[in-house]
Write a protein that binds this ligand. Sequence first.
Ligand code: ADP
Ligand code: MG
Length: 648
Amino acid sequence: MPVLSLKHVKKSYRLGDGSEFPVLKGIDAEFEKGELVSIIGESGSGKSTLMNIIGGLDSKFEGEVLVNGKNIGAFTEKELDIYRKNKIGFIFQSFNLVPHLTVLDNVALALTLSNVKRSEQIARAEKMLEKVGLKDHMRKKPNQLSGGQMQRVAIARALISDPEIIVADEPTGSLDAQTTQQILDIITQIAREGKLVLVVTHSEHVAERSSRVIRIADGQIVEDNPGIAFPPAEADTAKPPAEINKRLSFTGAVKLALKNMKEKKTRNILVAVGASIGIMSIMLMLSIGNGIKTYIRDTMDSLANPLAVEVTMPKEESNSAAGPQAFLSNTYFAQEDIDKLSGLEYVTAVEEHFSAFSMGTAVASVDDRQAPLIMVSTLSQYNTYDLAEGTMAKQNEIIINQAVKEDLGMEEIVGKTVTVTVQVDNRQIVIDTVVSGVLSEETASMSGGMSQVLLYYDDLKYACAQQDYNLMPTGITLISDTQEHADNLKNTITDMGYSGSMQETMVETFTTMLDLFTGLLAGIAGISLVVSAIMILVVLYISVVERTREIGVMKAIGARRKDIRRIFISESFILGLAGGLVATAITFLIMVIGNAVIHSHFGVNMILISPYYVLFGIGISILISVLSGTLPAAKAAKLDPVESLRRD
Ligand code: ADP
Ligand code: MG
C-alpha cells in the first residue's frame, strides 16, 4: 500500500464576488516510503495549496488524500491534530522558527505540546540536532544563526516526532547555492532512511538529486518522471518513538508563556505595574479601614470588662432633635429602672455611674491653678485602669489623665488636694479630694486627649447630698457571671428599650460609617480595574498579531486550538498574578512607611493589611486578567494556519 495517495484532489477558492477560482483541478498520484519527490511549477500553480492539503492544514478540498489508506479529508479536528503531530513534518521557505525559544526548545516544541517528559524532550531534540550538525548551537536563539543553520533547525523540528511524510515548501528558496547543497544532503539522507519527502522547488539542483520529479501547471500534474535511482532504503534500526497523543499540560503552557513574556520583558513588567495600581488602591483602602477599626476595637476591649454590661437611658426623641447639646446632656435613671434592671436574670451585681460631658462648666483646681474639664465620669470597681503614676483611687480620691496634669502644670500632682467642680443637673457640685494617680498615655488617647477626671460614684453622691441634691445615675453597669450571660443581658436591655454604653453606641455608628466609606473608596478604586482589563486586552491582542506566524507554525506541528488558547490564557494568568504580587508589595511598602509616619505623630498603626485582602487582591487581579485574556486567546486559537503562515 502506498504511504500517500491522492485521488482527484480538487480545490477552489470562492472569491469576494461569489465566483469560484479553481486552484487544483484534479490531482492523482501515489507515493511510497523512501521517495524524494521534487514538485516543480510556476509561481501560483498550486504547489503550496497541495502541500497544505497533504500536511493536514487545509481540509477544505474535494477528492481523497489517503495516508496509509485513511482519508484525511474525513478526519475530525482532533484526528487532524494528531495526524499533524505524528505523521507529518513541515519545512518552510522562511524557516518559521519561534524567535523567543532556543534552538533546543524550537526542536522540542512538538514534544512540549504533547507533554513529553522534559528529560526525554532534551534527549530526542539533541539527537535530532546532532543529525543536522547543530548540537553545539542548541542554546542559541534563532536570530543568532545563519539561514542555512535555521533551516537545519527547522528540519530537526520536522523530524522530532519521527513522521512518515516530510513536506518541504521551497526549503532552499532563501538559501545560497552552497547552503542549498548542505540542506539537500540532509533531505536526501532523510528519504534514504525510509521517509517520503515531498520538496517543492524551483532549483534544478534539487530536481536533479530527486528520485522523482513532478511538474504542476495550472492546477494539474503535467509531468511525473523518475529521477535518479536511489539505493534501497536503509533500514532504520532505531526503534521509532511511540506515537504521542498526550496534550500540552498546564505547566507546559505556563512555561511556554513565560518564555515568550521574557522576550517582551519591559512591556510585560509595565503592564503588570499598571494593572497593579487598581488592586493596590483597593487593598490599601480595605487595610486603612481595617486598621482604624482594629485600633478602636482593641482599645475598647482593653478597657472593657467582658462581664460588664453598661446600660444608659434612651435619649428622648424631642431631645435628640435639639442637636449636639442634647446628645451630650444626661438622662438620669429613675429608681424603678434601677429596680427593674437589678432584678434581671444573670445579674450578679449592679454598679451605678455618672458621666457627663461638661462644656467648660467643670473644672479642677489646685490653689490658684485651674484645669477645665471636658469629661467627668465615675470609676468602676470591675475595671482595671492603666496608670502612668500613682496608685488606684480609694474612697475620696480621684484619678486624672495626662491632659489635666498638663493643664494644671504641676510635676508632682499625685497626693495633692484638688477641688473638682462639676455641673450635675444644673447645679454646681464642689468636691475636695486627693489625686491618687494619673492615667497612662495610651488610655488617655482613647478619650482623644480630652481632659478628664474619674471619681467614685459614692463620693459624688455624698457631695450632692451635702448640697441637698439626690444624685441619680446616668449609667448602670450590670455584672454577669459568664460572657455568654453578659451577651444575653445586652440583648435583653435593648429589648427593654434601654441603650447600651454611650461609647459602644458611638463606636458602632462610627464603624458602620467607616465600612461604608472604605467600601465606597474601594469601589472608586475598582474603576481603575476596568482600565487594567482593557490594557491587558490590548497587549494580548498585539501579542496575537505579532505572533500570527508562530501560531501557524504551532498548528502545523500539531498544536490544538485548546493548546494555543491555553498558552495565551497562561500569559494573562501570569500578568494577573504579577499584577497582584506587585500590588501586594506596594501595599506593604505603603503600610510600613505610612504606619511609621502615623505612629510618630499619633502613636498608633493605622494601616493593617490582612491575608484575606492579599488573597482577595491577587484573586481579583488574576480573574480580571484571565477574563480579559479570553478574547485575544480565542482569536489566536481561531487563526487559520494556512492564512497565518502566508503572512510575511
Ligand atoms: P504556489 O505555491 O504554486 O506558488 P499557491 O498554492 O500558493 O501557489 O497558490 C495557488 C493559487 O491559489 C494562486 O493563484 C493564489 O493566488 C490562489 N490562492 C491562494 N490562496 C488563496 C486564497 N485564500 N483566496 C484566493 N485565492 C488564493
Ligand atoms: Mg508556494
